[in-house]
Design a protein around this ligand. Structure first.
Ligand code: ZN
Length: 236
């Protein structure tokens, strides 16, 4: 385990697999860690419920991390629903559009998330933002790319006149490697916790339990998670 970094980190924590891996990554590093979530009128509130379950489970399963885990914040960003007519916020089928991006795409969503998170971080005395953005992700969201986030780090640090480092530990990892990262950080206990309590499914399905977790098993998010899990298992 690396030496403790004295800074406070604010983790963009959605209750999904990726942001939970990021939260574990931050808890293994920083002296103090807070979490922020965004209520943007998600079709399924289940994601927001999972956040609280995961925090509680991490607190009880990892005492050294519990000592570092501070407040949770939930910001109301329902204005995103006014901006974007997308499958995430409305009852529409998930499809891939002509530009190759799924219609779940909310343009610049991560830029908005990071800007709000940075303002909150500044108020909370945090100088590190941690997000699960990933360039190897199948969907190719331009606001998840490494250069976009490096540019955001510079813009935020200048605009706040205070250092605001954007850390993206999953940027160059495959989904299989993300499973490996969380297991290295928290062992089988963390893997099981992620399988059981994180939410990925676009359809909000929690009833069906697979080896990789709960979800419909058919939507793009479930397929990505299932394929990554299978590849990780096969490589072990
Ligand atoms: Zn699904």
């Amino acid at each position: 385990m690396p030496d403790t970094d004295p800074r406070t980190a604010l983790v963009l924590f959605s209750g999904g697999q990726d942001s939970t891996a990021c939260l574990a990554w931050a808890l293994a590093r920083y002296a103090r860690v807070e979490t922020v979530g965004f209520d943007y009128g998600q079709r399924h509130r289940i994601e927001l419920d999972c956040r609280q379950t995961l925090r509680a489970e991490l607190l009880s399963a990892f005492p050294p991390w519990a000592a570092r885990l501070g407040d949770d914040h939930l910001l109301d960003l329902r204005l995103l629903g006014q901006i974007a007519d997308t499958a995430l916020t409305r009852e529409r089928a998930i499809e891939v559009e002509a530009n190759g991006l799924p219609n779940t795409f909310v343009p610049g969503r991560n830029l908005l998330f990071l800007t709000h998170a940075a303002a909150l971080a500044y108020r909370r005395g945090a100088s590190v933002l941690v997000g699960g953005m990933c360039e190897t992700d199948y969907s190719g969201y331009p606001d998840c790319r490494d250069n976009t986030l490096k540019a955001m780090q510079v813009a935020l640090s200048l605009g706040l006149d205070s250092p605001m480092v954007v850390e993206t530990p999953l940027m160059w990892l495959s989904k299989a490697q993300t499973w490996g990262l969380s297991e290295r950080l928290g062992g089988r206990l963390l893997t099981d916790l992620i399988i059981e309590h994180t939410h990925t499914c676009y359809l909000g399905e929690r009833g069906l339990r697979h080896a990789w977790g709960r979800g419909c098993g058919a939507c793009p998010a479930c397929r990505l998670r299932a394929d990554g899990f299978a590849a990780w298992r096969a490589a072990r």
